[in-house]
Design a protein around this ligand. Structure first.
Ligand code: HEM
Length: 343
C-alpha cells in the first residue's frame, strides 16, 4: 500500500503541495544570508517534507520552538541510529531520550490521524497506519519518518554542494533553469511535468546519489544456498555495499569524478538507472520512496538555484563523515555558503 502511494505514476498527488511547501520555506530564508549549507537545507526540507507526507501540521512544524525541538531530537536519533540498533539503550542516553520524545510525539499523533474521517486527503502516514497493529503504530511512524528524511535530505545538500563547487556544472544547471523558467529569479511553480524538462539537473541528482549512497544494505539468509561452490548457511547476514559498487570502474569510469553526463546513457524517462547503480537496494524490499526522493531533491535544488545566487565560502566541499553506514553519508565538516536573492 505504501509502495503504491509512492509509485512514480502517483507523484503528481504530492508534487503541487510540495512545491507550495518549499516556496514557503525558501521565502523564509530572506533576501540574503550566510550559513552552513547542510542545516540550512535540513531545516527547510524537514518542515516541507513532513507536511507533505504526514499531513499539514500533524507534527509541530509551524511553532518555531516546538519545531526546533523536533529537529534537534530527530538529528540526534539519526546521528546514532546505527548504534541504537545494536547497543542497549542504557549506554546511549541522548539517543534513547530522542527516541522516546519522537515515539511519545507519534503516540499523540496516531489516534488523531486514524480518527480523521475524510479520505480525500489521505496521507502516506495514514496509509501506513492502516496496515500496522495498534501497539506498533508509533514505532512504524517513526521508522517512516526516518526513512523519508534521513537519506534524501543529505543528498539534497550534496547535490547543491557538488553543483556549486563546479562552475561548469553550475552554468549548465542555470542555463537549463533559465530555459524553462526565465531569468527573473522569482520562485517558480514547478509541476511534475516541469521537472521532466530539467534533465541535466536530474543527472546531477543521480550522480550525487551515486557518490554518496548508503554504506551497506543487509539481508539475513532464510534458507541456505550455494553460489560458486560456496555454501551460504541459513542465519548468515549478506551485505551489499552501494558505496563500493558505485566505485567500480567497469560500470562507472573515473568513479570518483562528479560527472552528471554519465547519466545520458541511462533510460531515465523509462525509470531505468545505469547498470551497477544499487543505491535504492533491490527486490522485494527495494526503496519504495525512490521516485519521491528524486522528485523532492530535484524540485528543491531547482527552486533554490532559481531564487538565489549562492556561493561556497570554502574551496573544496566537505569530506563525507564515516559515521553513517546504513543511511546516506553526511558532511564531516561545515559547508559555509553565502546566498542572495536573484534580481
Ligand atoms: C536519496 C534518497 C533515498 C535513498 C538513497 C534510499 C535508500 C534506501 C535503501 C538502500 C533502502 C533499503 C532497500 C533494500 O533493503 O533493498 C530503503 C528502504 C526504504 N526506503 Fe528509502 N531511500 C531514499 C529515500 C526515501 C524516501 C524519500 C522515502 C519515503 C518517502 C523512503 C522510504 C523507504 C522505506 C519505507 C523503506 C523500507 C522498505 C522495506 O523494508 O520494504 N526512502 N531506502
Amino acid at each position: 500500500m505504501v509502495k503504491g502511494r509512492l509509485a512514480s505514476s502517483r507523484l503528481i498527488y504530492f508534487s503541487d503541495k510540495l512545491c507550495d511547501e518549499f516556496r514557503d520555506q525558501l521565502t523564509q530564508l530572506g533576501k540574503q544570508g550566510k550559513g552552513d549549507l547542510h542545516p540550512l537545507v535540513r531545516k527547510s526540507m524537514y518542515a516541507a517534507v513532513i507536511n507533505n507526507l504526514f499531513g499539514k501540521n500533524v507534527l509541530p512544524v509551524n511553532s518555531e520552538k516546538e519545531f526546533e525541538k523536533l529537529e534537534e531530537m530527530f538529528v540526534m536519533f539519526d546521528e546514532q541510529f546505527e548504534y541504537g540498533a545494536r547497543i542497549p539503550s542504557v549506554f546511549l542516553k541522548d539517543w534513547s531520550s530522542a527516541k522516546k520524545y519522537l515515539i511519545d510525539l507519534f503516540s499523540k499523533v496516531v489516534p488523531k490521524t486514524i480518527n480523521k474521517k475524510s479520505d480525500d486527503d489521505e496521507t502516506l502516514l495514514h496509509s501506513l497506519l492502516n496496515l500496522v497493529q495498534d501497539q506498533y503504530k508509533p514505532n512504524y511512524s517513526l521508522l517512516l519518518l526516518w526513512a523519508s528524511l534521513a537519506n534524501a535530505i543529505p543528498i539534497t545538500f550534496w547535490t547543491l554542494a557538488f553543483i556549486l563547487h563546479d562552475e561548469k556544472v553550475l552554468q549548465k544547471v542555470k542555463t537549463e533553469l533559465t530555459s524553462v523558467f526565465g531569468q527573473n529569479g522569482q520562485c517558480p511553480t514547478i509541476t511534475e511535468e516541469g521537472l521532466k524538462k530539467l534533465q541535466y539537473l536530474k543527472w546531477c541528482v543521480l550522480e550525487s546519489i551515486r557518490l554518496r549512497p548508503t554504506g551497506i544494505i543487509t539481508r539475513r539468509v532464510i534458507k541456505s544456498f550455494t553460489i560458486r561452490d560456496m555454501e551460504i548457511p541459513e542465519g548468515d547476514m549478506l551485505m551489499l555495499s552501494p558505496f563500493w559498487a558505485h566505485r567500480n570502474e567497469k560500470y562507472f569510469p573515473d568513479p570518483l569524478m562528479y560527472k552528471p553526463e554519465r547519466w545520458k546513457e541511462a533510460e531515465i524517462d523509462k525509470n531505468v538507472f545505469l547498470d551497477g547503480f544499487v543505491a535504492f537496494g533491490g527486490g522485494r524490499y527495494q526503496c519504495p520512496g525512490r521516485w519521491y526522493a528524486i522528485l523532492e531533491i530535484q524540485m528543491y535544488v531547482a527552486m533554490f538555484l532559481q531564487m538565489f545566487d549562492c556561493k561556497l565560502l570554502i574551496n573544496s566541499i566537505p569530506e563525507p563523515s564515516k559515521k553513517h553506514l546504513v543511511g546516506t553519508q553526511q558532511p564531516a565538516e561545515p559547508c559555509p555558503v553565502e546566498y542572495r536573492l536573484r534580481k
